[in-house]
Write a protein that binds this ligand. Sequence first.
Ligand SMILES: [Zn+2]
Ligand SMILES: [Zn+2]
Length: 237
Amino acid sequence: MSSLRNPRKEIESLIGAGDLEGLLRKAGELHGHFCPYVALGVRAGYMALKALGIERTTGMEEVVAIVETNNCFSDGVQIVTGCTFGNNALIYRDLGKTAVMLAKRDGTAIRIALKAEWEDSFDSRYPEAHALFERIVINREVATQAEHEKLMQLWAESSFEQLELPEEEVFNVKPRKIKVPSYAPIFASVRCSVCGENVMETRARIKDGKPICIACASAEHYLLDGAGISIGKGESS
Ligand SMILES: [Zn+2]
Ligand SMILES: [Zn+2]
């Protein structure tokens, strides 16, 4: 069964055919809605694959995507490049920029970043969507069901329009040569002496001579959320 050999066959066919609309529909399955930034992530991922001549996207770290934001853009990048949080081919730099660098193992890379001018012109190009977005999403004002639906519809329409804009209006593109991080190491697990769950040994602490997980130790750890990476503490699991 070819789908067992290559679960991304359908997506790779869309990439091969240059079907950005089809890829954006796939991105919607992961992302949950259509919005301009997820569309831009799809485009950037597609452009990067083409520029580097990559056809197979098996998620085995032969290609890595280094994203500089955890906004909607990164979901577009993940679906198209096949580099994901879970397969370790996605690297997150907490820089707060809508940008991605795609790199091959030999260090050949390309960085694609959203032009500031695109962002500056978006609100005036989509005034109705902008006004609704500001009220409903930014200011968290109470909105009617119809207003919510209107925003989602305007957003969805604008997302597909982002696929049509000339590349040079949207992105800065620069070839790079980088040192690609080593393949993700595989660590052994140890058992937490308090909760009994297994924990990656590099994340375990020792208490009274026995391994204990970070959660049970209420120890500090890194936390990635919508605000970026910060130090978290406590919250036993
Ligand atoms: Zn989104
Ligand atoms: Zn524990």
